[in-house]
Design a protein around this ligand. Sequence first.
Ligand code: GRG
Length: 318
Amino acid sequence: MHATELSPPNFDFNDYTQVRRSIIEERLRVYMQLREPQVLWDSMAYSVLSGGKRLRALLCIAAGEACCEAEPERSLEILLPCACAIEMIHAMSLIHDDLPALDNDDLRRGKPTNHKVYGEAIALLAGDALLMLALDTILEHTPTRVSREQILAVALELTRAAGAAGMVGGQVDDLRFTGQQNSADHIYIDESVLASIHRRKTGALIRFSAWSGAKLAGGSDKQVALISEFAEILGLAFQIADDLLDMTGDATTLGKTPGKDAASNKSTYVTILGEQESKRRLEALEQRGLTLMNDQCINQSSANALSALLTYAVHRKN
Ligand code: GRG
């Protein structure tokens, strides 16, 4: 069966994402209201409110909705603080990733990178502040009808997804194993090492996004496990698509500099598997994810949104 045959027939993805994206943007602006020191908050807002696909926040919301039959508006209130916190962590990781000490990039989301506008010191500190604001947002703004125990479990999991066992550790191994820009001592790695790097660097926050949505919405163990498995598939597919886009995309569509992987002699799915095999893997991952979403243990109309997010992550152009 072709992946698109499993896609939801009567589901308007544009409509779904447009409505939720505008709610996410509005709520982010509330949490990002200017405080002192102004230059710090300007720098934080510059990166958080600069668009982006909001894939992770949408995933959190869609996962929560898939575990919650009744009262979608009440579930949205429960999910929004966490969904926004995830976008803050994502934004801070992009700020730090673009710094000269890491990727040294000038362009992000079609605009100059944070440090190009605010300087390296403020960019670094804006990232630090966003990291803490993310936890603050979950702890302060998650409605009190969610138990403190549940909120703490979500906050704890976020620290792990972002920290040494997750994004930071994955980024460190990315630097160590897949080559640094202009580095002569590039080490060739196999697919399992690459997968381990991306499971942490990119996959951990994507998995957390779906897991936290399901958890906060009160999903059963079975629902939470199914959604986590789905998100792991989505995370891997997202990364393979990213590697392909780095090779084929252009700066205007991508909003960032293409060809960085090849320029820095980096190992990617494309260099390890080749373009055709990478595309075959993507197709297989999409099919697996879509099949998982047919499981009747989750709300099927919301499962449509998760399926569509996977298809979007696989076929996106930026
Ligand atoms: C999390 C404490 C902490 C530190 C950050 C720098 C670093 C440590 C990690 C790097 C993580 C990183 C930048 C991974 C790349 C992820 C990636 C492919 C980002 C692009 O995501 P999209 O396409 O971007 O969803 P938009 O702009 O749409 O939001």
